[in-house]
Design a protein around this ligand. Structure first.
Ligand code: GTP
Length: 361
C-alpha cells in the first residue's frame, strides 16, 4: 500500500465515521423529540389539547406534511361532544370498523407505506388534497381493541419506507392510545356529572351553576334573558295507566324533543321529576313564546312510541318569564316562570302562559 493509498483509506474511514456520528446525532434528536412528545401526551388535561397535540404539534415537531386521527365512535358519543370543543383540526369519527380493517387487516401493527405501494390506501388515509407520498399508519389499541388510528404523512417519498424500523412509532401509538382512552373516560365522567341519566339533557346541578353565569352576563350586557318551565300534564296518570317504564320513555323523548328545538347557547335541563327548565339568552318575550309554543305543539302532536310497541300521547304546560330590568337575583326569574307555569296548569293545561309581573318586553 502506497502512502497515498493509506491516506485515501484514512479519508474514507473519516467520512464513514462522520456520517455514523451524524446518524447517531439525528437519532438522538429524534429520541429527544419523541421523549418530549410522550411527556406532553401523558400530561394533557383536555380532549382538545390531546387532539391538537397529535394533529397540529406533532406535525410541526416532526416536520410532517399531513396528520390525521381516526377514532371509532359507534354510538355517536364523540360526535355529540367534539363540535363544542375548540380544535384547529378535528379527528375523523368512524361509526364502524370498516375503514380500520381496510388499513390494518387482522395484523393491527404499524404500517409504513412508501411510494408505489398502496397508493389507494394513502388517498383514503389522508385528506385528498394532501400530496402524501409516504406514510406511517399507526393502530391505536386499548385492551386488545382497535379504537382508532393515527396517520403521519410526508410529501417526501423516502420519509417512510416499508423496510424502516417502527420501534419509536409503536411506542408512540401505544402511549397515544392510553392518552386517548383516559381522556375519553374523563370526558365521560365530566359529562355524567352534568347530565341527567334518563333524558340526556343537563341536570339540575349543572343548571344551577350555568344559570348564575347566564344571569350575570345578561345583566352586565343588558340583553334579554327568557326562562321557561315546562311540565308534562297529568304525568302521574301516564305512569299509572301505562306503567313507570312508559313514563320514563315519555320523559326521555320529551327531553330529546326540547333539546332539538333549541339553538346553540340555549340551555335545557331536567329540573325535577317531569319538569324541565329552559334558559334562552338574547331572546325577547315574543321569541321565547314562539319556542315554548313550538315545543308544546310538538309534544301534543307526538305519538310517543314505546320500545315494546304501542304509543302514548302527552301534553305539557309552559310558564314563561323574562328577566326584569330591576331583578337582583336569578331566583326572581325562576319563581316568575314557576308562577306562570302554575297559571298555565290552573287555566286548563296544554298551554303557554307568560308571567306579566316582571315583563319588560
Ligand atoms: N316514570 C317516571 N315518573 C316520574 C319520574 N319522576 C317523577 N315522576 C312521577 O311524576 C308524577 C308527577 O305527578 P304530579 O306532580 O302529581 O303531577 P302531574 O300528574 O303531572 O299533574 P300536573 O303537573 O298537575 O299536570 C309523579 O307520579 C311522580 O312519581 C321519573 O323519572 N320517571
Amino acid at each position: 500500500m502506497t502512502p497515498s493509498d493509506a491516506q485515501a483509506q484514512i479519508q474514507d474511514l473519516r467520512r464513514q465515521l462522520q456520517s455514523l456520528l451524524e446518524a447517531a446525532h439525528a437519532n438522538e434528536r429524534k429520541l429527544d423529540r419523541f421523549d418530549a412528545l410522550e411527556r406532553r401526551l401523558v400530561a394533557v388535561s383536555s380532549m382538545e389539547e390531546l387532539v391538537n397535540l397529535l394533529l397540529v404539534d406533532c406535525r410541526a415537531d416532526f416536520g410532517l406534511d399531513a396528520a390525521e386521527l381516526w377514532l371509532l365512535d359507534p354510538d355517536g358519543e364523540l360526535s355529540r361532544a367534539l363540535p363544542s370543543l375548540p380544535m384547529v383540526k378535528a379527528p375523523q369519527l368512524l361509526d364502524n370498523h370498516g375503514p380500520l380493517k381496510d388499513i390494518f387487516g387482522a395484523a393491527r401493527t404499524t404500517r409504513l407505506i412508501g411510494p408505489g405501494h398502496d397508493e389507494a390506501l394513502l388517498r383514503k388515509a389522508f385528506d385528498p388534497q394532501a400530496t402524501v407520498r409516504s406514510a406511517a399508519l399507526l393502530p391505536l389499541i386499548r385492551q386488545g381493541l382497535l379504537i382508532g388510528s393515527l396517520h403521519f404523512g410526508a410529501n417526501d417519498p423516502e420519509r417512510y419506507d416499508a423496510a424502516s424500523g417502527t420501534k419509536f412509532l409503536d411506542r408512540l401509538s401505544a402511549i397515544a392510545a392510553i392518552a386517548i382512552e383516559s381522556m375519553l373516560n374523563r370526558e365521560r365522567l365530566r359529562r355524567a356529572g352534568m347530565t341527567d341519566g334518563l333524558t340526556g339533557v343537563h341536570n339540575r346541578r349543572y343548571f344551577d351553576h350555568r344559570s348564575l353565569i347566564e344571569f350575570s352576563q345578561a345583566v352586565r350586557h343588558r340583553y334579554p334573558l327568557a326562562c321557561l318551565f315546562l311540565d308534562i300534564d297529568h304525568f302521574k296518570a301516564i305512569n299509572d295507566g301505562h306503567g313507570h317504564p312508559a313514563g320514563d320513555e315519555v320523559l326521555r323523548q320529551v327531553g330529546g324533543l326540547i333539546q332539538r328545538s333549541l339553538r346553540t347557547g340555549d340551555l335545557a335541563a331536567r329540573y325535577g321529576g317531569e319538569e324541565f327548565v329552559v334558559l334562552l339568552p338574547r331572546t325577547d318575550l315574543a321569541g321565547a313564546r314562539e319556542v315554548a309554543e313550538r315545543i308544546r305543539q310538538m309534544v301534543q302532536e307526538a305519538p310517543f312510541v314505546m320500545p315494546e310497541g304501542g304509543t302514548v300521547s302527552a301534553t305539557l304546560s309552559a310558564g314563561l318569564a323574562m328577566l326584569s330590568s330591576d331583578a337582583t337575583s336569578f331566583a326572581e326569574l325562576l319563581s316568575a316562570a314557576d308562577r306562570a307555569l302554575y297559571e298555565a296548569k290552573r287555566a286548563g293545561r296544554n298551554r303557554t302562559i307568560a308571567d306579566t309581573e316582571g315583563e319588560t318586553a
